[in-house]
Design a protein around this ligand. Structure first.
Ligand code: SF4
Length: 364
């Protein structure tokens, strides 16, 4: 198939749905790791099309949502420094930290600018040599290579007022951490397509090998997701657990070698704080010694103060798959997209925002 319409073909979709109904005999629970998958599943009503034997659960794959308050507070503290311009993707602006948000800091006259790519941030640094320009580096393996490229470019051009606050997270280690927590029983995982386009499918091999859980990489169109579920059901029903790619137009088993090399040049693996989980060993990226001078946290003296969680917000347990937005007493009451209490209601890929926009009934 070449065109996007073909991945929405109702005839092919019906055939896949029929096949899933035919093959799925025992109750199973699948987790879609990625918030982009959650949105696609809700938008296309996929949960309702699946047999009642299949229980679907949303995972922690929303980079804005998993950024811990302690790290959001650092971004807000950096924004309050004089002669600093903060550059960030739009979703981050409204995410509440412990006591404030970047949006509030902007209202208090901090210079905070929304950018659509990290190249825009580099351009702002080029145009403002008398200011320090800091890019808030959130995201999974998908965004890390472009941020690495921006640092290499800054070095090459001699742009010495450009910095990154490195809050990048890695997917396989948090998957392992969730499986080790053992709070939710899983039979299969829908692995993230965009992340896998960078890292490939090999890093997921521990999931079938060590945990006996089915594992399929999926794209984001309805037929991609149905094909992925079909493959997961097949693995579970036959007891043959492995890593499969149901997104061959986007993902190679070895990943994108050029992007991985860029990441490896600039970053090194470190422990990282995840909302709802805490410190997870070797689950983040920081600038390596050679590029530490671009690290905003190391370059500026900040005191973000004590961290604090919003009362009543259960984003942490939603990200671990233990709860759903419907379990939160604030959902649709004091927490809405206009007045979000937690990050899962802010981000376009957050579970709470998805349930809010597409209707709770889609949660089944
Ligand atoms: Fe947090 Fe709001 Fe979601 Fe509740 S509905 S978990 S308060 S983001």
């Amino acid at each position: 198939m070449k065109f996007i319409d073909e991945y929405h073909n109702p005839e092919l979709g019906k055939r896949l749905i029929d096949r899933i109904h035919h093959h799925s005999t025992k109750p199973i629970r699948l987790m879609e790791f990625c918030g982009g998958h959650t949105v696609a599943i809700f938008k296309h009503g996929i949960r309702q099309l699946l047999p009642t034997t299949i229980d679907m659960l949303s995972g922690p794959g929303c980079p804005v949502c998993v950024t811990a308050n302690v790290d959001l507070d650092k971004a807000i503290a950096l924004a309050r420094l004089p002669n600093v311009i903060i550059t960030t993707f739009g979703d981050m602006l409204r995410v509440p930290g412990s006591y404030s948000s970047l949006q509030l800091a902007k209202a208090e006259r901090s210079d905070i600018r929304v950018v659509y790519s990290v190249q825009d941030a580099l351009g702002i640094a080029r145009d403002n040599p008398d200011k320090s320009v800091i890019f808030i580096g959130i995201g999974f393996e998908t965004t890390a290579p472009t941020i690495a490229a921006s640092i290499l470019q800054a070095e090459q051009e001699g742009i010495d007022n450009y910095y990154v606050l490195p809050l990048h997270k890695l997917c396989p280690p948090i998957m392992k951490a969730l499986l080790d927590l053992g709070e939710v029983r899983l039979d299969g995982i829908i692995c993230p397509g965009h992340v896998s386009a960078i890292i490939g499918s090999y890093p997921y091999q521990f999931i079938p090998d060590d945990y006996g859980i089915a594992c399929v990489v999926s794209g984001f169109e309805p037929l991609d997701i149905l094909l992925c579920v079909d493959r997961l059901v097949n693995q579970i029903e036959t007891g043959q657990y492995k890593v499969e790619i149901a997104y061959l137009r986007g993902v190679k088993p070895e990943g994108n070698k050029h992007a991985l090399k860029l990441m490896g040049t600039v970053f090194e693996v470190c422990d990282a704080n995840w909302r709802g989980v805490g410190l997870v060993p070797l689950s983040g990226l920081r600038l390596n010694k050679r590029y530490q001078r671009f690290d905003a946290e190391r370059s500026f003296d900040i005191d973000p103060g004590p961290t604090h969680e919003a009362k009543g917000c259960i984003c942490g347990s939603i990200l671990r798959g233990v709860s759903t937005p419907q379990d939160c007493k604030l959902f649709r009451r004091s927490c809405t997209p206009e007045h979000p209490v937690g990050p899962c209601m802010v981000s376009s890929e957050g579970s709470c925002a998805t349930y809010y926009h597409y209707g709770d009934s889609y949660g089944r």
